[in-house]
Design a protein around this ligand. Sequence first.
Ligand code: GTP
Length: 428
Amino acid sequence: MKLGLAVLRISAAPPPTSAREGGGPLLLLFPSSRIFHCESSSLSLFSSRSPFRPLVARLATSFESSQRNSIHSGSNEDEEEEGDPYLTSSNPSASLLSLSEKPDRSLALLDEYELEELDPDRSTCHNHRSGYVAVLGRPNVGKSTLSNQMIGQKLSIVTEKPQTTRHRILGICSDPEYQMILYDTPGVIEKKMHMLDSMMMKNVRNAALNADCVIVVVDACKVPHKIDDVLEEGIGTLTDNLPILLVLNKKDLIKPGEIAKRLEWYQKFTNVDDVIPVSAKFGQGVDDVKDWILSKLPFGPAYYPKDIASEHPERFFVAEFVREKIFMQYRNEVPYACQVNVLNYISRPTSKDFIQVEIVVEKESQKIILIGKGGKALKVLATAARLDIEDFLQKKVFLEVEVKVKENWRQDEGLLRYYGYGGQIRAL
Ligand SMILES: Nc1nc2c(ncn2[C@@H]2O[C@H](COP(=O)(O)OP(=O)(O)OP(=O)(O)O)[C@@H](O)[C@H]2O)c(=O)[nH]1
């Protein structure tokens, strides 16, 4: 394969005032002699201090395709009219990253330019395993807690409320010997109240399409139950081909004798390959789960550079942190009626980064609750979110939060796709 050396800078909207501290031109090896040199940058994604350097090759492809789309739609009015109104060339941030495509392993191999792994012998990968794992289960069973533990970093927000996870979150756990790519998925629900629920469940299913093995998490505190609903919703007809592990989570909350009984029940009455009891919250049994996954992953090179933990951009996690705080601070229906969008993310080398966030709610009454008397509640929320975001980004930020009403956004397919529930998120 012919290699090309590229300097990649992908533009974000609006363009940052300048490159972020600690960033710099990024040298990449591409599997062609073509040179990418796109103006401006969102070097926040590639900052040497950030662990979240998304798979640049995919972003480049995504950027390239959005460029192609703009040119194409500009030359063909009919097609532009038929297209998604949110993704036209007038929306410069329409660079999309598909969450259902597996990246090309050979590209990931080349991306590891920084590492000695460019050693040509590595392509044989006799001892290296890599693959995808779908983490499925009903709401609130501890899927996100388990995924975070395995990755060793908080990528998915965790609250005591069910259905916190809305997106399929891809987390990458790497070691010199392996790379496991985990899809933390929204909890499987049978009753779909909104279009949002249906789209979330479709994303659960798509996670299994890529999977080399599946983990079904159940809550050890609950009376043992069949997991057919989870398998049907999450895997569909793929059941025969995929190794399945049942993780009996929250074992810290029940007596050892009870754990043994539950293990026996699940081994007897579910059609899974193995059952492992864990306490995801306290990290007990998590290594056993990892060992099981490793035994099921195929041999082959890594899909992603070894030093990244996710391919979601930083702005995705910023929005998730705000959403987590909403779940923690507000009650009843309000958190479920909220959608958080990052409108602006501007890196400023001489002052704090500027992040502008909107919280979309469905009703004026929800907006009033969110803001609180004299804006107090919103201020508490923004402060709590900012502290977590700063901790995550390892730098100070200026966070501006506004609340908007969009009636029935949970039923609006176009908006839902724009918000990233259609299996594609904005890359930058
Ligand atoms: N005691 C105990 N609590 C746990 C354990 N794992 C998760 N939890 C708690 O269970 C609640 C739900 O955990 P999550 O990880 O958000 O569950 P989830 O399955 O991802 O939830 P959804 O977003 O509804 O899909 C949180 O309050 C966690 O702290 C565990 O091993 N032991």
